[in-house]
Design a protein around this ligand. Sequence first.
Ligand SMILES: [Zn+2]
Length: 212
Amino acid sequence: MPVIKQLFKQNEEWAARTSDADPEFFDNLSEQQSPEYLWIGCSDSRVPANQIVGLLPGEVFVHRNIANVVVHTDLNCLSVIQYAVEVLKVKHIMVVGHYGCGGVKAAMGNESFGLIDNWLRHIKDVYRAHKARIEAIEDTDKRFNLMCELNVREQVANVCHTTIVQNAWRSGQELSVHGWIYGLDNGLIRDMKVTVSGVDDISRIYSMDGAE
Ligand SMILES: [Zn+2]
């Protein structure tokens, strides 16, 4: 059987299994979605959002791009955050990086990969901001791990700096932004303990008083 056809077969089997387990499942799901979580993660095929945290369809809103980068002018990511916060009213946004991230690794080198170099430049900015701390580490694996972690921290800050998240906090909406990192080698997520739950926790320079 051609490989693509196999996917349709697997889909039919999955739909049948899911309906058998819960005959109302698809009826309920097609009515509405009310996820409490927005997951901003890496496109890496080894980091599937729902599966890792054991959530079903309908339970997590997902945005993925290479190296889980949140860029202030990225209409795609900003639209996902705006819809998730203002319409779905998610209570948690998690930026989920992972060790061994190819995007982070590429950004740490000088090889050109084409158009994507422009995207990875945002991660080079993270490197530049923390250059002394990174270059103080001799071991290249440890350096790489630290960069994966620092990238998560920076992207958590970028989420918090959006006017969308600031407006939500100023209007009293319950919303926390978390930074997590996933280990490809053990399947475990680690909370980096950089959770931000209010506008008082962000740098003053990014604070927009009465932002609209
Ligand atoms: Zn990655």
